[in-house]
Every structure is written in structure tokens, then in C-alpha cells.
Write a protein that binds this ligand. Structure first.
Ligand SMILES: Nc1ncnc2c1ncn2[C@@H]1O[C@H](COP(=O)(O)OP(=O)(O)O)[C@@H](O)[C@H]1O
Ligand SMILES: Nc1ncnc2c1ncn2[C@H]1C[C@H](O)[C@@H](COP(=O)(O)OP(=O)(O)O)O1
Ligand SMILES: [Mg+2]
Length: 194
């Protein structure tokens, strides 16, 4: 346990690929000043660095698979510590993606006070990702990889919701509607924390 993160307020943002996690996190940052850490963005930064590890991560992500737990957890922990002196709290976007990740996070960093479950229909996620893929330049925003990511989400990530539901900290947010409508419900969930 790192004592710099001992009392950190932590919100997990969990949802399928293309559900709207990143979009909602940006609006939470603007309104509440939380520190937004996206596991995918951290991984893509490592890929962009051209490092040997980045090359391995890129191959995994292009297949729509999960990267090794220790890799993504260490990256998030490092990024949290780097901001510990200025952070009002952390939005952990895209993690945990399996129950084991949640358990390891709590051993090494701490427990979340809220899990925002950003929920959209499969066909909505597919169409949003195909559209995002037109401009994102992401190697995983293509039909074949999207299908793998969705399958993995239903198999490995949805059990995370049930795991934390048992603690009563899950707030399910319908992400089908317009961005601002979705955000009004995200804000209600966060305001309910105080
Ligand atoms: N409520 C919404 N309505 C329409 N499009 C949305 C909505 N939320 C997100 N999007 C779009 O869908 C795509 C995926 O959103 P993003 O926030 O990147 O999701 P995630 O981080 O969960 O993959 C983006 O192109 C984004 O602009
Ligand atoms: N917690 C995690 N564990 C393992 N792999 C992860 C991960 N978070 C992200 N990745 C890998 C697999 C994901 O398909 C890829 C992109 O993640 P992302 O940017 O969060 O996707 P999206 O925002 O489309 O949901 O990075
Ligand atoms: Mg995202």
C-alpha cells in the first residue's frame, strides 16, 4: 500500500468499448476537477513511446485482448502517485476489466468509493466505435477487433459489476441518450457521494 494514496477518493468507470466512458470522464473532470486516468490512454502512450514493451502491448491491443494485469496496474499506480499532491480524487477509466484486477488494485492501492457503470447496447457500442474509428486512428477500432473486445467485455468485465454491486457502490448509468443527458445522471451519482 502506498501511503501517498492512502486516503485517495477513487471512482472506477466501467463499461463496454464505445459505451462512453472517456466522454463522460472528460465532463466529470471539467465539473469536479478529478484526475482522469484512462488505462487505454496510458497504454497507448507506452505504445507511442516506441519501447519494446510498447510493441508487445500494441500487438495485444490490436487483437482486442487484455494486456497483463501487472503492467496496467503498475502504470495506473505510477500515474496516481505522480498526481497525488494535486489530485482531488481519481477517475479510473477502463479499469478494472476483470474481477482479479479489482482485487489486486485494492491490495496495492485502495478501495473505490463508487463504480460508475456506463451502460449502452451492443449495437450502439459497435456503431459508435465504427464511427470513432473513422477519425481515432486507433488500431482496435475496426469491425473484427471491436467484436473481440465486446465478447471479452461480456465475459470478463461484466462480472466486475456484480462483484461491486455486492458492496452497494455501483451506479448504473444509461448511456444510450445524448451526452449531456447521460452526464446529468453521472453528476447525480457523484453528488450522491458527498
Ligand atoms: N451519449 C453519446 N451519444 C452519442 N455518441 C457518443 C455518446 N457518448 C460517446 N459517444 C461517442 O462514442 C464513441 C465512444 O465514446 P468514448 O467516450 O470513447 O467511449 P469509451 O471510452 O467507453 O470507449 C466516441 O466517438 C464518442 O464521441
Ligand atoms: N484494465 C485493463 N486491463 C487489460 N487491458 C486493458 C485494460 N484497459 C485497457 N486495456 C487494453 C485492452 C483494451 O481493448 C484496449 C483499449 O482500452 P480503452 O482505451 O479503455 O478502450 P475503450 O475506451 O474503447 O473502452 O487497451
Ligand atoms: Mg475510452
Amino acid at each position: 500500500m502506498s501511503d501517498k494514496l492512502k486516503d485517495a477518493k477513487i471512482i472506477f468507470v466501467v463499461g463496454g468499448p464505445g459505451s462512453g466512458k472517456g466522454t463522460q470522464c472528460e465532463k466529470v473532470v471539467a465539473k469536479y476537477g478529478y484526475t482522469h486516468l484512462s488505462s487505454g490512454d496510458l497504454l497507448r502512450a507506452e505504445v507511442g513511446s516506441g519501447s519494446e514493451r510498447g510493441k508487445q502491448l500494441s500487438a495485444i491491443m490490436q487483437r482486442g485482448e487484455l494486456v497483463p494485469l501487472d503492467t496496467v496496474l503498475d502504470m495506473i499506480k505510477e500515474a496516481m502517485i505522480a498526481k497525488a499532491d494535486v489530485s482531488k480524487g481519481y477517475l479510473i477509466d477502463g479499469y478494472p476489466r476483470e474481477v482479479k484486477q479489482g482485487e489486486e488494485f485494492e491490495k496495492k492501492i485502495g478501495a473505490p468509493s463508487l463504480l460508475l457503470y456506463i451502460d449502452a447496447k451492443a449495437e450502439t457500442m459497435v456503431s459508435r466505435l465504427m464511427k470513432r474509428g473513422e477519425t481515432s486512428g486507433r488500431a482496435d477500432d475496426n469491425e473484427e477487433t471491436i467484436k473481440k473486445r465486446l465478447d471479452l467485455y461480456y465475459k470478463a468485465t461484466e462480472p466486475v459489476i456484480a462483484f461491486y454491486e455486492g458492496r452497494g457502490i455501483v451506479r448504473k448509468i444509461d448511456s444510450e441518450g445524448a451526452v449531456d443527458v447521460v452526464f446529468s445522471n453521472v453528476a447525480k451519482a457523484i453528488d450522491g457521494l458527498k
